[in-house]
Structures are given as C-alpha cells and as structure tokens.
Design a binder for this molecule. Structure first.
Ligand code: GLN
Length: 188
C-alpha cells in the first residue's frame, strides 16, 4: 500500500506523519509522474485557491482528475473544496465529487472550532473529535455522493462517493488515526 499526499501547499506533512504512524508507505506528489504506483491520494488543508492555481501551473489538473476516476482520493478542508464540482465561485477545481461547498462557511479564522461527530463507519472508539479551521460547509450532495457526517444541527461536514471522501475538518491534526484507517480501506 502506497499513498500519495499532494504536497504543493498546506499541511501535507501532518498527513504524511499520520500515514507513517500507520506503517503506510507515502510519497509527496508535486508532479504528474509522482502519481505512478500510488493506491490513493490525500489532498491536505491549506488554501484551495492557492492549491488550484499551483495545480494548474504544475500541469497536474488533468492527471489528478484521471487518477481520481480509478483511485481513492480524500480531501481535507481545502482539499475537500478542491475535490468538489461546485465551490460557488470561479476557481480551479478537480470537479470529481458531486458536492457543492461553501468556502469559509463557518466564518473566519477566529470562528474555528472543534466538535464531536458520531460516525459509525469509523468503528469503536466513541465520537470522533473533529477540528474545523476556516472550514467549508458541504451545502449539498448530489447524484452518487452521500452524506458521511453532519454536525448535530444537520450541517454536512463529510461526504463520500465511492472511493472519494471529503471532510471539512482536519483528522491529520488529531491523534486519532481512525479516519486515515478508514481512507486506507477505500484505497485497498
Ligand atoms: N478556507 C480555506 C479555503 O478556502 C480552507 C481552510 C483549510 O483548509 N483549513 O481553501
């Protein structure tokens, strides 16, 4: 099992250390050639507009789209925005997931927060403690995309579509490895 992490902007190092903790081989992805031999890809949090611009500059947009048609991709926060079909504004997107996202949907940096989520698919270990930093809200899921988790008030914060996973929050910033383990099950 070898998992790539898009490593052009954002907190990719935290994803790599989480995967390393789980004994998974990793690769930093900056060029199309780096996708060869990967079983899955994680796109980190950061700034989706910057990630999009650099992905275009590095000629990665098409290769990432093609990779995601046949392989697992998980986007956290900015990565989730980048996976979406619609971010309600004009910016480069992979457009692979049938979700509409509202960037900074909970407000500004000072409105960052943490919340416990109930996610049965993660198995035992109780509620999942999620960290939201200038997070997007998943406004709606369409077609084959499904809601994976909501806040207690019903706002959608995670979605799944086959082997594609989007989370508004940052599992790489916690000590809880369950989300990364779940993603590995999608990549297998
Ligand atoms: N607000 C950022 C964006 O629009 C995402 C923030 C994050 O990844 N923590 O891309």
């Amino acid at each position: 099992m070898k998992i790539g992490v898009l490593a052009i902007q954002g907190d990719f190092a935290e994803h790599i250390s989480m995967l390393t903790r789980l004994g998974v081989e990793t690769a930093e992805v900056r060029l199309p050639a780096h996708l060869a031999g990967l079983d899955g890809l994680i796109m980190p949090g950061g700034e989706s507009t910057t990630i999009g611009k650099l992905v275009v500059d590095f000629d990665l947009l098409e290769p990432l789209c093609a990779f995601g048609k046949t392989h697992a991709i998980w986007g956290t926060c900015a990565g989730a925005i980048f996976l979406s079909k619609d971010a309600l504004r004009n910016q480069p997107l992979l457009g692979l997931m049938d979700i509409t996202v509202q960037r900074n949907g909970f407000g500004r940096q000072v409105d960052s927060f943490e919340a416990d989520l109930v996610i049965p698919e993660l198995g035992e270990g109780g509620p999942y403690h999620a960290i939201f930093i200038r997070a997007p809200i998943i406004e709606s899921v369409h077609a084959d995309a499904k809601i994976f988790s909501t806040l207690s008030d019903g706002r959608i914060v995670a979605a799944i579509q086959g082997h594609l996973l989007a989370t508004s929050f940052h599992p790489e910033l916690t000590d809880d490895t369950r989300f990364h383990e779940f993603f590995l099950s999608l990549a297998r």
